[in-house]
Design a protein around this ligand. Structure first.
Ligand code: ADP
Length: 171
């Protein structure tokens, strides 16, 4: 990896994988595992977006992410509500990791990457292609299935499946 995306101070290659993770799916986890192999430290950062109404609170999403990544020593979990580039600078990271599932993802991601590059040209966005197994998978689809008590066993880690069952337990 080029020295230009190393962290200036420590020389460590730090990347941030930002997202809503409401909740984390097998598709996200696949990206996390693959990205963790490419960097010294990967920070998975939950976006605390006040304009969206999430199913899981930021703390719940962080907790689930922490549980499903506990075997990955160079992965840590954080959250942010500021501009992403400000968060990246504060963490002394230089790389944003995003996943791409489709052409639709690509168009949105290209816009985001260009905007972030405009805001800070030292920050590079790196895209990882989805594992084809998970190309259709999104947090929204998982929530829709779980809401109607469908089986999400192959779509999310077991901890997340339990959390979804608890959320949608009939009163
Ligand atoms: P956001 O609201 O920022 O898109 P998401 O939690 O939906 O947050 O997604 C975070 C990132 O993970 C995005 O880059 C998205 O494209 C990627 N992603 C989501 N689901 C998958 C999947 N099944 N395979 C690969 N990447 C995915």
């Amino acid at each position: 990896m080029s020295a230009s995306i190393s962290t200036a101070g420590t020389g460590k290659r730090v990347a941030v994988y930002p997202g809503s993770f409401d909740p984390v799916t097998c598709g996200h986890l696949d990206i996390i595992r693959r990205a963790a192999k490419q960097f010294d430290h990967l920070i998975v950062a939950v976006l605390n977006n006040t304009s969206k109404k999430p199913l899981f609170s930021v703390d719940e999403r962080k907790q689930l992410l922490a549980e499903v990544t506990q075997d990955l020593p160079n992965v840590s979990i954080d959250s942010f509500r500021d501009l992403l580039v400000n968060f990246i600078r504060a963490k002394e990271a230089h790389v944003i990791v995003r996943g791409i599932r489709s052409v639709t993802d690509f168009e949105y991601e290209l816009q985001m990457a260009s905007t972030n590059h405009q805001l800070d040209e030292d920050i590079e966005t790196i895209f990882m292609m989805t594992n084809p197994k998970y190309s259709y998978l999104s947090s929204s689809i998982v929530k829709e299935i779980a809401m109607f008590h469908g089986n999400v066993q192959d779509l999310v880690p077991p901890e997340v499946q339990q959390a979804l069952i608890a959320k949608y337990k009939p009163e």
